[in-house]
Design a protein around this ligand. Sequence first.
Ligand SMILES: [Zn+2]
Ligand SMILES: [Zn+2]
Length: 555
Amino acid sequence: MNARRRAQLPPELVFLPLGGTGEIGMNCYCYGSGPADERHWLMVDLGVKFGEETDPGIDVVLPDVGFISAEKSRLHGLVLTHAHEDHLGAVAWLWPQLECPVYCTPFAAQILALKLKEAGLDEQVPVKVMPVGSRFKLGPFELEFVSVTHSIPEPTALLIETPEGRVLHSGDWKIDRTPVLGQGMDEKRLREIGAKGVDVLICDSTNVLREGFSPSEADVAARIAAIVSQATGRVAVTTFASHLDRIATSIRAARACGREVVIAGRAMRNTIEAARACGMLNDSGRLLDEEEFGYLPPDKVMLLCTGSQGEPRAAIARIAEDQHPHVSLEEGDLVIFSSKTIPGNEKEVSRVLNNLAELDIDVITSEDDLVHSSGHPRQGELAMLYDWVKPKALIPMHGEPRHLRAHREFAHGKGIRDVLIPRDGHITRLAPGPLDHIDEAPCGRLHVDGKLIVPSEDGPAKQRRKLSYVGIVFVSLVITAKSELAADIELIADGLPMGLEDDLIEAAEKAFGSTPKPRRKDVNALAESIRTSVRRAADIAWGKKPIVKVSVTQL
Ligand SMILES: [Zn+2]
Ligand SMILES: [Zn+2]
């Protein structure tokens, strides 16, 4: 019976995002091939998202991969399109749930190795290094890393071929005809792929709201070189730690006018080390440590550092507060923010900019000059990729809801009629077409809390958020066998205004006194009655209801 039913289910290729749609970050996309009751799975990317201010103590958020974990006997591998945190940052956290081989390019493998080592997993995770341009087969999936351009070494699009259909998963990309480093966009291969027919393009939506084309890294490099050549004091350049093109650009600009380069920030050092291990950064000069900064004449030094997003512990934030142990800047010095402020980080960046202004340090940001270009495609680039690849259908990914929706409208305008906006957890049939939302899978997010992975819904962050708004009161009572108080009620308040304690103790005593003796035997009911009374008293005196915890000890 079962076998007959199985035979009736048609093979299909499906797409299941577990993160990365409706948000920028936490990319995790699954592809399933075969009949619905016997799908073979491939996971593409496994990234993190940074925690929100509203979740105190949560720096990192992960996608919940429980659904695929339960199917891991048919999960053939995890393929990483590039080494950005939002695509690879969750591997060290979640691999133990997946236990599958991981495929990535040499540079991504270097970055991943550092993370796996930190997590003590370096001996366990089978990482298969595949150069850009490689073809490899995982179960029913024939895959190819196609070279694109982006803002980190070795960005790739992934061609996915299965018996049911062909998909191009764009990864993060832009069209840069003159990148500073790397192989560049493989237009020829993309056109060949298009000529053979692409059923669905799964495509980056980050910059779909912007018209035209992104400036090239070469244009940015020329501006940075010109700015540095005119500077008379110290120069600091802050950029994304993983942006090797920009690191190389800054180093060249410094060398061109005889400035030594000092590197600050561990993540940036890691990028440079990984790049050198892959033979990418051919700068023969020495890169100096922070300690050496102070000994160099102002016009003979450039600091290259992290912190472009206003991260409070990063080098530039500490320099702006004049709190850095080795580096200080003063009037006449220049800081270049070779970066864009990622939505959500505006306040932090503005704090750093204001601190630099207090010190009378000149600042150039991407709003003032061409010192940054995004790594994601604007409308002109999207239209060009559509033209090369000629997809029958399109799924927008890597975007907030407004980006995904705008991408759908844009694709419609370019003649791609079959466009579906996915949601995390939606299973979409890609082939045979047309696109169809056919099922749902459980999905969600997890919080990294210290060393532990905890639920995001009703997890510790929720309680901490409440604590941060209203504070907490502990009430402790000791009662005798005859249900009388054995000692005075004790009360400790944390995070409440001073002077409320007497009112709260009085409320606790009244609640105790008004509970008839026989009912005091039920210590839970007694505690609850005291808890509500104390909360009410706080509300009357203060206008807010704190968290109240009551402990009753019966002798
Ligand atoms: Zn990304
Ligand atoms: Zn990226």
